[in-house]
Ligand binder design. Structure first.
Ligand code: 5GP
Ligand code: ZN
Length: 114
């Protein structure tokens, strides 16, 4: 996966402002934040999108939400509220094809999303 931006960040070939890493997941600050807190939680494993998940990925993906709740607490948005979002495909505006979970907080988030 030599041309994947997020693989490059995870593997240290590209700069990323990493705020969490463990054996299966890495989280870093979004380069173009849409909220005061905007982190991307990314599996180390290259999975292009939500549509590419396999049965074997269930534990990995379940772990994302545990990390999201920890990061929400660490970043001071747990009580006031936050959102975890996956964009999949063109209508949702997916622009990076390595699955990632946006953690957004620190301001009022509109619903439904635009
Ligand atoms: P998507 O649009 O695929 O749901 O989200 C991709 C996200 O990656 C966007 O919010 C965008 O700002 C972020 N992004 C794109 N390039 C980089 C980069 O080089 N570094 C970081 N940290 N985030 C990036
Ligand atoms: Zn990748």
């Amino acid at each position: 996966m030599s041309s994947c931006l997020f693989c490059d960040i995870i593997e240290g070939r590209a700069k990323g402002n990493i705020v969490h890493q463990d054996g299966s997941l890495v989280a870093f600050k979004d380069i173009n934040p849409k909220a005061p807190v905007h982190l991307l939680i990314v599996p180390r494993k290259h999975i292009a999108s939500l549509l590419d998940l396999q049965q074997d990925d269930r534990e990995l993906i379940g772990g994302v939400l545990t990390v999201a709740s920890k990061l929400a607490r660490d970043n001071g948005v747990a009580e006031e509220g936050f959102r975890v979002v996956v964009n999949s495909g063109p209508n949702a505006g997916q622009s990076v094809f390595h699955i990632h979970f946006h953690l957004l907080g620190g301001r009022r988030l509109g619903w439904p999303p635009g």
